[in-house]
Write a protein that binds this ligand. Structure first.
Ligand SMILES: [Zn+2]
Length: 135
């Protein structure tokens, strides 16, 4: 079988899945843009590499996939039926990591907004939430 991607290209593609420039993040970015906010992306020097950083408001935004970050919604509570233990361990590590990052960010004076993927169904609600946080 012919591989249509070179090795490097393929690993780029793989590493982007569920990571940078996912669609929900793009939607939030364009919303912020429309609202006139200026922001930076994926600052590696901050705990948890927040998806969006608004330095002027000392605020970071995380856009979390419900499944991986275990939101309390239906999707976030579902677990694969096979290899259950493996997944549960993986998930609890994600939760721990998220918590740790939030604590560290708060300790150094950042405000945090977490937007869950399922919340993107109601962009107006997100917009008013962002407005009330960012002023
Ligand atoms: Zn959710």
């Amino acid at each position: 079988m012919t591989d249509i991607f070179s090795q490097n290209k393929r690993s780029d593609i793989m590493s982007n899945i569920g990571n940078k420039d996912t669609k929900p993040e793009l939607r939030i970015r364009s919303l912020l843009h429309q609202m006139g906010y200026r922001f930076r992306l994926h600052r590696k020097d901050l705990p948890g590499k927040p998806d969006i950083v608004l330095p002027k408001y000392k605020t970071v935004i995380f856009i979390h996939g419900c499944y991986w970050h275990r939101h309390t919604c239906k999707k976030g509570r579902s677990t694969p039926t096979s290899n259950r233990e493996f997944w549960e361990e993986k998930f609890s590590k994600n939760i721990e990591r998220d918590k740790r990052n939030l604590v560290e960010l708060k300790n150094i004076g950042w405000n945090i907004i977490t937007i869950w993927q399922c919340e993107l169904k109601n962009m107006e609600k997100i917009q008013s939430r962002l407005k009330s946080h960012l002023k």
